[in-house]
Design a protein around this ligand. Structure first.
Ligand SMILES: Cc1cc2nc3c(=O)[nH]c(=O)nc-3n(C[C@H](O)[C@H](O)[C@H](O)COP(=O)(O)OP(=O)(O)OC[C@H]3O[C@@H](n4cnc5c(N)ncnc54)[C@H](O)[C@@H]3O)c2cc1C
Length: 388
């Protein structure tokens, strides 16, 4: 099915077996604010690296696995089967970096990141700038050989795990004044402080604090690409990560359909298994059907990346798969809770955890409404045939 090559199938099987191992730790994580003992978390990380499931998106020239887009989807799909973000140990560093990293960035951060020795975080969103990245207020001022960075960033995922942050800011002066630029900032650095660490719906070890950058001085070598390139990387990141969000949603939906089906076969109500009750059967049937549709779209989009489809066309397609797969997975999770009944509301149940965890997939990397705007814009500009 899906015409996967022997190499694709092998990688998929490795990722699936590893995801199954991680699943065994979910309830412990849930009971401990998402955290596993340090040696256990370290072992998962090391195993992901050893199995070749880490940095699958990175080219071999920087030590990455050099997987095709479809293979990256297959791995992230398995990562998505695991709750409590335990699958995040199959991490993908920023795919656009190898092409533009200067020597300092390559040696100091990129290569160790690809080896799995350090991790990054992204400080882009602000209190007044989320969907509309062009509204950010953080600034970068050139001062001799340095830049001085100021701004407050929200929802900085994995800040507590990261060795450095990508910080997006508007240039205050110079020929590119008013453009957005991206910088690498070591963590910790003088002038960087956590304002507060809010609690979120999901139970995961990665925090999303609000972080203040106050007069943070970085050498010019910390500028990624050119001064006006900031938004280019944001778009590159969105295209990649929207596809990976879709992939993880497929994995989550698969696990939920399997778990709910098994339960419906075993649970006997008024003398018959639940699966024989047509109202329950319809929920399972709709979930399986929508999963099939989402998977076909996602694999097809990954294949069109591997075939070198024009980036502009990919932008709309990645929005379509992100929109459809994230909405689909949330519908599937909601139905799974319903099929499980009271058990589905218990935190020890996979449907309960996914019903909280999947909600953000409709928000981050561009909320569903933003994807709809992008798709409609592409439809108007390029016509239906270019999109579907
Ligand atoms: C758990 C979590 C982790 C995150 N991690 C990171 C991170 O690591 N780094 C980072 O930089 N950011 C991160 N984010 C931020 C995330 O990308 C933003 O929350 C998201 O882009 C939405 O922005 P916002 O929250 O400001 O919502 P807003 O932009 O205020 O939007 C609110 C609502 O209005 C809708 N809306 C907005 N504009 C329009 C429009 N033009 N037309 C119609 N509807 C519209 C949106 O779809 C949404 O439903 C994270 C967020 C969360 C919740």
């Amino acid at each position: 099915m899906y015409s996967l090559s022997p190499a694709d199938l092998e990688l998929q099987a490795t990722a699936r077996a590893f995801a199954d191992e991680l699943i065994g730790f979910e309830v412990t994580a849930e009971e401990h604010d998402g955290r596993l003992p340090d040696p256990v978390a370290k072992q998962h990380h090391e195993r992901a690296v050893e199995l070749g499931l880490y940095a699958t998106n990175m080219p071999e020239s920087v030590g990455g696995r050099g997987c095709t887009a479809l293979q990256q989807v297959l791995v992230q799909e398995q990562a998505g089967r695991v709750t409590n973000a335990l699958g995040w140990c199959m991490h993908t560093p920023p795919a656009w970096w190898p092409e533009v990293a200067n020597d300092v960035q390559r040696e100091r951060w990129l290569l160790p990141t690809v080896r799995g020795e350090m991790q990054e975080c992204y400080a882009i969103t602000e209190e007044g700038a989320g969907s509309d990245v062009s509204a950010i207020r953080a600034t970068a001022r050139r001062d001799g050989d340095d830049y001085v960075l100021d701004g407050e960033k929200w929802h900085v995922t994995s800040y507590n795990e990261a060795a450095y942050a990508f910080f997006q800011a508007v240039l205050t002066d110079g020929p590119q004044a008013g453009s957005q630029a991206l910088f690498v900032v070591d963590l910790p650095s003088p002038g960087v402080r956590v304002v507060r660490t809010p609690a979120y719906s999901h139970t995961i070890a990665h925090e999303h604090p609000i972080v203040a950058f106050e007069g943070v001085r970085v050498p010019a070598s910390h500028l990624v690409g050119g001064e006006a390139d900031g938004m280019t990387f944001v778009y590159e990141w969105f295209r990649f990560e929207r596809l990976m969000v879709a992939a993880r949603c497929l994995g989550a939906a698969e696990r939920l359909v399997e778990a709910a089906t098994r339960f419906a076969q075993e649970r006997v109500v008024q003398g018959a298994p639940l699966i024989e009750r047509q109202l329950v059967a319809a929920m399972l049937a709709d979930s399986a059907t929508e999963l099939f549709a989402a998977r076909a779209m996602t694999y097809e989009t990954a294949r069109s990346i591997d075939d070198g489809l024009d980036r502009k066309l990919l932008h709309g397609r990645c929005s379509m798969v992100k929109l459809y797969a994230s909405e689909m997975a949330n519908r599937v999770a909601d139905r799974a809770v319903q099929v499980f009944g009271g058990r589905g509301y218990m935190r020890e149940n996979v449907a309960e955890r996914f019903s909280r965890e999947l909600r953000v997939e409709r928000i981050w990397e561009g909320a569903s409404e933003i994807q709809q705007l992008i798709i409609a814009d592409q439809l108007g500009k390029r016509g239906l045939a270019a999109l579907v």
